[in-house]
Design a protein around this ligand. Structure first.
Ligand code: DGT
Ligand code: CA
Ligand code: CA
Length: 565
């Protein structure tokens, strides 16, 4: 990155080449630069292709996590110019020209300029170049995006499936943010134990979705697969497998804390193992399994979802690591649409599908009239649907329960989209913000708090309104919302849709502290839509929630008593 920025600025060509070579050497070097620097920074110089300047910068970077020189350059030019360099065929020189001549510093500006025809007039650009830039922007855009965990999971399973047919693999495991169940994944990290790394890497490269091989060394290989997801594969020795799994699962912050704790104990921990330090002498004490690695540190094996250096080390010290909720704990689903509005399945079909999935109750919650795009329900249509529900419940005769619900819009001006005397006849009233998302923090907070104070409302759905990779959350004072939920005995939703997962982990942890019951909901718009509940459970685990913290692990009767009925 430094090399690119320097070239962008027009610095000395030798200097640029030194940094670029250095970066490549480090990337391909079999040992991690971190551990080399930890042991003996001077030995960096013995690596071919690394000179004094590069070595010094490596030490600063590893020790402080940043480079002053990069920070200085970034004060002069916006960081977004680096996105331009992700366009295939766009080098720093061309990017610099776009920046100097046209003030273009970001992908969307470049796209506009190309479409307006001003780029084609630049020296050395022309119509053909513009065409390939436009195609390249699409690719760069996609590469910028982290993929939804659900999507990464599909890919991960397919790759594992493919790798099963390689006879040379003794162990295989996915690490990284994928294993921590983060809502989005930057790249996949696979670890393998094998006596034959070459065969494993050949097999990996032969996977049919591999678009290109980014790099291949003796034990490490990176590929790009369809739609730009990168997958890193590392072959590690059996005695280091647990240490590598721990290290590459991360998070980085979790590992930083862990290394500090190791030092205090006279130990060293890295991707090869846990070592007892005695002066210069180090003795391997653990590394084959993750259990053994954490045990050597006198720590429990943290569920990967908790490894973000938030509360997990405190919990370990207090022996209060929460017993995290599991998918099979959920017994009901309290948010879904039907063909009455924009859903694809009828009320009956949703009931059958929920029964087939082992649930014992659902709430039918089509959107209210203000949500005109979804053909939302007015009072008459809603009451008609609720009569249908009564009839169906009669037929089900207690074997399954359908709750009369609605996802009622919280109006832009505040207040609910349907009158109280209608809402009071329902079993389960959701309130949520669909419009006016650009209002001030104060306005939106007031609207939501107002809904929580309405005696007929039970829960706020997708409380921050974010759509991952597509739309930022609206401005809202979540603490005020949580306080209002506590004061009024209301619940909050964790929407399990992979694009929402809202509330997020930090909010969920806060809700747990406030003892606000969370409901994990599918917000299904079809029968298949019910299957997303599992992603909500993973997000709940990241927030440290137990089954007891989540209302729809309990019977409907128990939820009624939470609601004070
Ligand atoms: P991602 O891929 O951006 O969604 O996030 P991760 O967490 O999978 O990050 P990634 O793929 O860069 O690296 C995987 C893990 O390897 C990371 O969680 C922790 C570990 N790791 C990588 N680089 C470093 C590092 O420089 N220092 C430390 N302590 N750990 C690192
Ligand atoms: Ca990763
Ligand atoms: Ca990686």
């Amino acid at each position: 990155m430094l090399a690119d920025l320097l070239e962008f600025q027009g610095a000395n060509a030798f200097k640029i080449r030194a940094y670029r070579n250095g970066a490549r050497v480090i990337k391909d070097y079999p040992d991690s630069i971190n551990s080399i620097i930890e042991e003996d920074p001077a030995s960096l110089l013995s690596i071919d292709g690394i000179g004094k300047g590069v070595a010094e910068k490596c030490v600063v970077l590893v020790e402080t996590g940043e480079l002053p020189q990069i920070n200085e350059i970034l004060e002069e030019i916006p960081r977004s110019v680096l996105d331009l360099l992700r366009i295939p065929g766009m080098g720093p020189k061309k990017a610099a020209m776009l920046y100097r001549e046209l003030g273009i510093a970001a992908l969307d500006q470049l796209k506009e300029a190309c479409e307006a025809g001003v780029v084609a007039d630049l020296k050395g650009f022309g119509a053909k170049t513009v065409e390939s830039i436009l195609a390249g922007i699409e690719i760069a855009d996609a590469a910028n995006k982290r993929v939804y965990w659900a999507k990464a999971d599909e890919t991960a399973r397919e790759i594992l499936d493919h790798m099963q047919s390689c006879g040379e693999i003794r162990k295989i495991e996915l690490a990284g943010s994928y294993r921590r169940r983060r809502e989005t994944v930057g790249d996949l990290d696979i670890l393998v134990v094998s006596e034959n790394a070459e065969a494993v890497m050949d097999h990996f490269g032969a996977y049919h979705l591999v678009e290109s091989v980014i790099g291949r060394g003796d034990t490490k290989m990176s590929v790009r697969i369809e739609e730009s997801l990168q997958v890193d594969l590392r072959v590690v020795p059996a005695e280091s497998f647990g240490a590598a799994l721990q290290y590459f699962t991360g998070s980085k912050d979790h590992n930083v804390v862990l290394r500090g704790l190791a030092k205090q104990k006279g130990l060293k921990i890295n991707e090869y193992g846990v070592f007892k330090m005695d002066g210069d002498k180090e003795t391997y004490v653990a590394g084959a399994t993750e259990e053994e690695v954490y045990a050597a540190m006198e720590l429990p094996v943290f569920p990967p979802e908790l490894r973000e250096a938030r509360r997990e080390f405190d919990w370990a010290a207090e022996k209060t690591i929460p017993d995290l909720i599991r998918e099979q704990d959920l017994v009901g689903d309290l948010h879904m649409h039907t063909t009455a509005t924009d859903g694809k399945a009828t009320l009956e079909e949703m009931v059958e599908a929920a029964q087939a999935r082992g649930l014992s109750y659902i709430a039918i919650t089509d959107p209210s009239q203000r949500v005109s795009m979804a053909h939302g329900l007015d009072a008459d249509r809603l009451l008609a649907q609720w009569r249908e529900v009564d009839v169906l419940n009669e037929k089900l005769d207690g074997s399954f329960r359908i709750l009369k619900g609605i996802d009622c819009d919280i109006l832009e001006s505040g207040g609910m989209d349907l009158p109280d005397e209608v809402l009071s006849q329902g079993d389960w009233i959701i309130a949520s913000v669909h419009y006016g998302q650009r209002q001030s923090r104060e306005q939106i907070t007031d609207r939501i708090v107002g809904a929580l104070e309405n005696p007929h409302v039970h829960i706020i759905a997708h409380p921050t309104g974010r759509l991952i990779n597509r739309r930022e959350a609206y401005e809202v004072d979540m603490e005020a919302v949580m306080q209002a939920a506590v004061e009024n005995g209301k619940l909050l939703e964790l929407n399990a849709n992979p694009a929402r997962l809202d509330l997020h982990d930090v909010h969920l942890a806060a809700a747990r502290k406030y003892q606000i019951p969370i409901v994990i909901s599918s917000d299904a718009h079809s029968v298949d839509g019910l299957d997303v509940l599992k992603y909500g459970v993973l997000q709940a685990r990241r927030g440290g929630l137990t089954a007891d913290d989540v209302a729809n692990t309990k019977s409907w009767d128990a939820i009624e008593s939470i609601l004070g009925r």
